[in-house]
Design a protein around this ligand. Structure first.
Ligand code: 5GP
Ligand code: MN
Length: 317
């Protein structure tokens, strides 16, 4: 029923706002840009908003130049994609209050079902997989641009098809996107095999300062403002660095704490059994069972102490 309501609302709407989360990733950006093109094909007036900068590595994607910060605007319909809760939207949450109809398309287990229509599939490996299905059901033809945007979402959220969330359907979607013009090598080379020297220096510092706890089951990493200034990097350069900790053979949980003004941005990853969504919720965040995050007021020192304590309990150490 929700699906029918969603389809009707999209068909009826003239002006549509599409938003995704702050600290945008390939999935969020892939969804908003693919929807921009797809909904334009239905002759909709579409705005795409993200209350943050688009990271440099994603600027090669079609329609990223159309993304702007949310401003006071009304529409018949707001579609939020890959956004677990309204806090993650930044200022776009004010627009949600203004529209009479809203759609929440997501795959996070922590989703708070904040829209008038909520389509949350926690079995989907990416929100791009869900948007792919929606575009198909709406009868919109895929094209090279839509395929490229969604393919970026599919490959980034599955860690290049390597996370446990990857299904045979994920591969079917990827196959169809490739058949419609997504360039596998262009996208892989741009996102996964291209790195700024400054980011490599940042990785070097983080790995040098990494600490292991509880018989090597926890890999702890942190990035201070000083690390950013000394290496000439910024917050967006942190993406995926946590995987160096998670990949260590003895590690079950990897933690990364990043200084962000009065706040700390936390990232958590687990390998086999620890529910890091549950841990992130203790700090007001959320995400998935094996990958989660939070933004919490406080110092790195305070949050480090608390998080190590909580993980210790989860590990039964
Ligand atoms: P990352 O550590 O790469 O920033 O995020 C990992 C996962 O946790 C993603 O699925 C992301 O959506 C989720 N996540 C990251 N930060 C937050 C946050 O502040 N709040 C919530 N609810 N989820 C987050
Ligand atoms: Mn996602």
């Amino acid at each position: 029923m929700i699906l029918n309501d969603m389809l009707d609302s999209i068909r009826e709407a003239k002006k549509i706002i599409v938003v995704t989360h702050v600290s945008p990733d390939g999935d969020g950006i892939g969804c908003v840009t693919a929807l921009y093109k797809a909904l334009n094909k239905l002759n909709k007036d579409v705005s795409i908003f993200i209350d943050d900068d688009v990271p440099e590595i994603y600027k090669f994607m079609p329609y990223t130049e159309k993304i702007t910060r949310p401003f006071d605007e009304s529409a018949d319909l707001l579609i939020a994609v890959d956004c677990a809760d309204t806090e993650r939207m930044g200022n776009a949450k004010n627009l949600l209050r203004k529209v009479s109809k809203s759609i929440n398309i997501d795959h996070h287990i922590s989703n708070t079902l904040y829209a008038t229509m909520n389509y949350v599939d926690t079995n989907a490996a990416s929100s791009s997989e869900i948007v792919y299905q929606l575009i198909k059901i709406l009868g919109i033809d895929l094209d090279k641009e839509i395929a490229e945007c969604l393919y970026v979402g599919v490959v980034t959220d599955t860690g290049h098809f390597m996370y446990g969330s990857t299904t045979s359907f994920t591969h079917e979607v990827a196959g169809d996107l490739i058949n419609n013009g997504a360039s596998v090598d262009k996208i892989s080379n741009t996102i996964f095999h291209k790195i700024k020297y400054s980011k490599l220096k940042l990785i070097g510092r983080v790995i040098n300062n990494m600490e292991l706890y509880f018989n090597g089951k926890i890999a702890y990493m942190e990035i201070s403002n000083e690390d950013f200034t000394k290496t000439n990097t910024k917050a967006e350069d942190v993406e995926n660095i946590i995987n160096y900790g998670r990949d260590i053979d003895s590690v079950e949980v990897a933690v990364m704490l990043v200084e962000k003004e009065d706040f700390v941005k936390g990232s958590l990853r687990s390998k086999n059994y620890v529910d890091v969504n549950k841990l992130a919720r203790e700090f007001g965040g959320g995400g998935h069972v094996r990958a989660s995050g939070f933004l919490k007021k406080g110092t790195i020192k305070e949050i480090k102490e608390k998080i190590l304590e909580l993980i210790k309990i989860e590990l039964n150490e």
